[in-house]
Design a protein around this ligand. Structure first.
Ligand SMILES: NC(=O)c1ccc[n+]([C@@H]2O[C@H](COP(=O)([O-])OP(=O)(O)OC[C@H]3O[C@@H](n4cnc5c(N)ncnc54)[C@H](OP(=O)(O)O)[C@@H]3O)[C@@H](O)[C@H]2O)c1
Length: 326
């Protein structure tokens, strides 16, 4: 077994689901220059964790987000270069069911990145629909760690019970679970309030990562009930959700005004105050710059309680990922 290097995680990361996703996020190649500027700005400000997935960029754009991250990290010259952490998620595709298929998938990601993956994550559990498939995939993750091909192993979309089960399985092999990422924001408190994930993660020494921390953009405050809405599925979702989240957005607006921060910054800071690492997606330097402003300060207990209360009494919540397990 090889010795794995230490994997250190920053207070906030950057999500790259949109980097290569044409259908949902309107990606096109002319955005690459802007995305590289986002990458450089993030790293130079200590936002050194980049979340990607081997399913981010399908069809012709096969693995585009990983390829871009590979190129950007190689071309980056400046502070924090050595801290860059590329966290990819390997999809539990139906044709993947052996440990070797996960090792091969991770090697393909590494090829697109032009370097080893730092943190390899299981994108979702197959427990809800094909539980027999999962064992081989998890074995593959542990193999990757043991073979020194990755610095750390993480999970995604796992609930408390399933997490504990995998933790037991991995501890028998001496493989630590470094992270768990779930949809967590003021509009998606379910993983913590109903599943109790934060407490279990703390007990097991696992860092919780908050994905979609801006509720796909709703919590930025830039979308209103009257429109305009983003195109496609996101627009349909926003039309449905926005009338039911007025009071939450108002509370966010008030806290932001009293702090002289933006709503996005408060929404992200709330995630940090809850002990999670938010990984907001950013598509422009302006968005990244604003999100970085969520660092370096912390909401006080009263403000967090006020936001918690507004979140709990919100009429609408984000739809949970269908792969999220209990
Ligand atoms: N494990 C999983 O299954 C899973 C699932 C989903 C996401 N994720 C990860 O989590 C990351 C983040 O989640 P997400 O991208 O779904 O949602 P998000 O971070 O909640 O929202 C990102 C979107 O909000 C808008 N935005 C971001 N910052 C902004 C700002 N400062 N001002 C105004 N608008 C801003 C942008 O879209 P517009 O400009 O178009 O409004 C951006 O693409 C993903 O990139 C991915 O890495 C993981």
């Amino acid at each position: 077994m090889q010795t794995n290097q230490e994997l250190s995680l920053p207070k906030m990361g950057c999500g790259t689901w949109a980097w290569g996703n044409q259908l949902l996020w309107g990606y096109n190649e002319s955005m690459d220059g802007q995305l590289q500027a986002v990458f450089n700005l993030c790293v130079s400000n200590g936002v050194t964790l980049f979340d990607t997935g081997d399913s981010y960029g399908t069809g012709r754009l096969n693995g585009r987000s990983e390829s871009l991250l590979g190129r950007f990290s190689q071309e980056y010259q400046g502070v924090n270069q050595e801290k860059i952490c590329i966290a990819t998620k390997l999809a539990a595709y139906p044709w993947r069911w052996t440990s070797q298929s996960m090792i091969n998938a991770c090697k393909s990601s590494a090829q697109r990145l032009g370097r080893n993956v730092d943190l390899v994550q299981m994108h979702w559990s197959t427990a809800n629909y094909a539980p027999w498939q999962e064992e081989g995939l998890l074995d593959g993750l542990a193999d990757l760690y043991e073979q020194g091909l990755v610095k750390g192993v993480g999970l995604s979309n796992y609930g408390t019970k399933r997490l504990q089960r995998v933790h037991q399985k991995f501890s028998e092999r001496g493989v630590p679970i470094k992270t768990l990422q779930v949809q967590y924001s003021l509009l998606s408190t379910y993983p913590v309030t109903e599943l109790g994930l934060k407490q279990v993660c703390d007990e097991l020494g696992i860092q919780l990562i908050a994905y979609s921390p801006l509720a796909l953009g709703i919590l930025t405050g830039k979308y209103s009930e009257k429109g305009p809405f983003p195109p496609g599925v996101r627009g349909l979702l926003f039309r449905q959700l926005l009338p039911g989240v007025r009071s939450l957005l108002q509370c966010l607006r008030e806290v932001a005004a009293s702090r002289n921060k933006t709503m996005s910054q408060v929404a992200l800071n709330w995630c940090i105050a809850k002990g999670t690492i938010p990984i907001p997606g950013a598509k422009s330097v302006q968005q990244a710059q604003e999100n970085i402003g969520a660092l370096g300060w912390l909401l006080d207990a009263g403000e967090v309680a006020e936001l918690d209360q507004a979140a709990a009494s919100s009429d609408k919540k984000m739809v949970q990922n269908i792969f999220q397990t209990k």
